[in-house]
Design a protein around this ligand. Structure first.
Ligand code: PLP
Length: 452
């Protein structure tokens, strides 16, 4: 890699780490192995990890470990560090805020940054109707609160979620999540009044958006009934479920049906939000305006923050004191979110996500043209996945997927898998990754696939 490539192709800032893949030990190296051993002894076994590394720094498109290895990051900590790790604008406002005050509890003594974040979310989320927001700590908590306000507003109880959907790990959100292993198995009983409808999955169901929506709506009407249904919750592009992009028209038909039946339509944009898909929100790609939208992950440059934003009349349905939490909208996280949203809006991040998407699609298509085990390539912007199958039967090939991901990590490229069938590799690079590094990461993926 040339010196100019190192210096000039990081449009979004970040610490001045050399933008290179550098392996000085095998992965994991001795210091990483030490930490992983301590983790095994001290941390609950249920908390897993993708890469056995001891992280000491991250920025641009790399994660540096304690052994001096520099790994290419194609996961962004699960779509969180979209503007790059430790973005300088985020670092500056966090440092300033942490020295002013760290907490008052917004419900005890309010502060301006929370209101600033709410105003920004009301402005940038889809639709020009009157909106309000409430802030929380995690995506799951945002989803729980979206369901709370939808029930309060409609005075109905049932909620419909979709096949392959993922909404979190708390009790209600486990119930909304489709996949049993690892998210739900043994952790029941789950909350009642949750129903599941079929998702549009063009690669596997072969249905048009209209046909898939007709099918889903028929099931909802027959098995739940609009009179009982408070909300439909759906990811516009499913994340953990396999980056499933619904067929054109599917989401719009569901929105139309929900609106006609006094059912709140909730778009869970926790993974798709904030420029990730090449639009500020994925709902825009499908031309839909959700009643409520849940956000988290990319919102605050790595600090924990989440939100529900939506129609004022729905958001205001709760009595005072009905929504909140001790830490929700913490001032340090709010300061970070204001800085991050400024970067999303003004620093060319959406365009960068589209450019990264073009590189990903063209490189993966090239691999697919030579390898029938890549059954499908899909996604939008910098949220792209490849689904691996047995070329003879079309059956999901989870073993191949796991082998490729493992080989990539051993070669210093962090990739994440996903999918109901465990047969999808998803690419969620930080939008601060230089082109050269992204291409090098994809070279490693191609070599791992060829060798598998
Ligand atoms: C990650 C995620 C959640 C849960 O967010 P947490 O912050 O992990 O609680 C919910 N919905 C979607 C679509 C997600 O990707």
């Amino acid at each position: 890699m040339s010196a100019t490539d190192t210096l000039t192709h990081v449009p979004l800032g970040g610490p001045t780490l050399p933008q290179e893949r550098r392996l000085v030990t095998s992965i994991p190296g001795p210091r990483s192995q030490e930490l992983i051993a301590r983790k095994a002894a001290a941390v609950a076994a249920g908390v897993g990890h993708t890469a056995a590394v001891h992280t000491v720094a991250a920025g641009g498109g790399v994660i540096v470990d304690a052994d001096g290895n520099s790994l290419i990051d194609l996961g962004s900590g699960i779509a969180v560090t979209s503007i790059g790790n430790a973005h300088p604008k985020v670092v500056a406002v966090v440092q300033e805020q942490v020295a002013q005050f760290t907490h008052t509890c917004f419900m005890v003594a309010p502060y301006e940054s929370y209101v600033d974040v709410a105003e920004a979310l009301n402005r940038i989320t889809p639709g020009d109707h009157e909106k309000k927001s409430a802030l929380f700590n995690s995506g799951a908590e945002a989803v729980e609160n979206a369901i709370k306000v939808a029930r309060k507003f409609t005075k109905k109880q049932a909620v419909v979620a979709f096949d392959h959907g993922y909404h979190g790990r708390t009790n209600l959100t486990m119930g909304l999540t489709a996949k049993s292993m690892p998210y739900k198995s043994g952790f029941g009983p789950f909350a009642s009044e949750i129903y599941r409808a079929p998702m549009s999955y063009p690669y596997r169901d072969g249905l048009s958006g209209e046909a898939a929506a007709k099918n889903a709506i028929s099931i909802i009407e027959k098995q739940v009934g609009a009179d009982n249904l408070a909300a439909i919750i759906i990811e516009p592009i499913q994340g953990e479920g396999g980056f499933i992009v619904p067929a054109a028209g599917f989401l719009a038909a569901l929105v139309e049906w929900a609106r006609a039946n006094n059912v709140v339509f909730i778009a869970d944009e926790i993974q798709t939000g904030f420029a990730r898909t090449g639009a500020m929100f994925a709902s825009e790609i499908f031309g839909i305006v959700p009643d409520l939208i849940t956000t988290a992950k990319g919102i605050a440059g790595g600090l924990p923050l989440a939100a529900v934003t939506g129609r004022s009349e729905i958001m205001d349905a709760s009595h005072a004191g009905g929504l909140g939490g001790t830490y929700g909208g913490n001032p340090i996280a709010c300061a970070a979110a204001i800085a991050a949203i400024d970067v999303f809006e003004n620093d060319g991040v959406i365009e960068r996500a589209r450019d990264i998407g073009s590189i990903l699609i063209s490189r993966l298509s090239d691999m697919q043209s030579r390898d029938a085990r890549i059954g499908d390539i899909r996604g939008h912007g910098a949220m792209i996945a490849a689904e691996f199958v047995d070329p003879n039967t079309g059956d999901p090939d989870a073993a191949l997927t796991a082998a490729v991901a493992k080989a990539c990590i051993a070669e210093g490229v962090i990739v994440l898998t996903c999918g109901t069938y465990g047969n999808v590799i998803r690419f969620l690079p930080p939008l601060s990754i230089p082109d050269g590094l992204l291409n090098e990461g994809l070279d490693v993926v191609a070599a791992a696939l060829a060798a598998a």
